[in-house]
Design a protein. Structure first.
Length: 293
């Protein structure tokens, strides 16, 4: 019996920054015909040696294939690059970082131009692309049918996680996770600042810090359950009143160590405010209600 190779979906990619180039190389190495365009030609020329077709214009690149991936600097760049381009009949997958509102508006913009639309939020850095064991993935939202149609092709560079028909949900999940990441970085920065003037090697603190943050991470599941049920006292071990009572020690230690408390005080202030408005038997979930305007 004759074996027929599986035909690989042709891809058009607009934008060859560090992330775009990493995406391009994975599609090329797995045999997907690839047409690329970049505002400056050098990155495209580097990919030509690996088999990429270079389009002279963004419009020509879009015309080359049905599946069009956009990975540009920002939402304004998408306007600049695709303005006046015929998108009718195209499957437009936008991996450009944007806000949820921008993603929803971009979906309407694409539909008005005859394109099907899928938005993406990349949870990876370029070195993670094409390396499955690093755990990177992309959030996708918008047309479920469109996602399923191109799932295998989209999964070539990194994992895929579909989060809903609302085009803004990928961007929202992306920013939510990254916001938590920066909060973690802020706490780690304060921790390292506390020992900065002491005879403590930061490389000895680092594994202790990493292990502690890992141990605390599952607390997000209890927080999610509290938000779902509305009961902020279920399963609480360290209640709000006790934690607020302990905050002066953190602030005094910072003062003794000559460290600004500016990364901690906003959260501590919210904790104290919640204690006055809520119940001391809660955990910290009530702080979330204070943040929602």
């Amino acid at each position: 019996m004759t074996q027929h190779p599986v035909e690989k979906t042709p891809v058009t990619l607009l934008g060859l920054g560090a992330m775009g180039t990493a995406l391009a190389r994975t599609w090329l190495t797995t045999g997907h015909p690839l047409t690329v365009w970049n505002r400056t030609p050098a990155p495209a020329k580097a990919l030509a040696a690996d088999g990429a077709s270079i389009a002279d214009t963004a419009a020509a690149a879009v015309a080359a294939n049905t599946l069009v991936i956009v990975c540009l600097l920002d939402d304004t760049s998408v306007d600049d690059v695709l303005s006046g381009t015929d998108l009718s009949g195209r499957d437009l997958v936008n991996l450009t970082t944007s806000t949820p509102a921008q993603a929803r508006a971009r979906a309407e913009w694409a539909h008005a131009r005859g394109a099907r639309y899928l938005d993406g939020g990349i949870m990876a850095v370029p070195p993670m692309i094409g390396v499955p064991e690093t755990g990177g993935y992309v959030f996708y939202s918008g047309s479920r049918e469109l996602f399923e149609r191109h799932r295998r092709t989209l999964a070539v560079p990194t994992g895929t996680t579909y989060v809903g028909e609302d085009p803004g949900f990928a961007a929202l999940h992306d920013i939510a996770l990254l916001s938590a990441m920066y909060g973690m970085f802020a706490g780690a920065a304060h921790a390292f600042a506390l020992i900065r003037k002491e005879a403590i090697d930061p490389t000895t603190l680092a594994p202790l810090l990493a292990d502690w943050l890992t141990a605390m991470a599952p607390a997000v599941h209890q927080t999610a359950d509290h938000l779902r049920t509305g009961d902020y006292t279920s399963g609480v071990v360290s209640h709000l009143a006790m934690q607020v009572a302990g905050t002066p020690t953190f602030l005094t230690t910072a003062e003794e160590q000559g460290v600004s408390p500016q990364l901690l005080t906003p959260y501590f202030e919210l904790m104290r405010r919640r204690l006055t408005e809520g119940s001391g038997e809660e955990d910290l979930t009530g702080v979330i209600d204070l943040l929602v305007r």
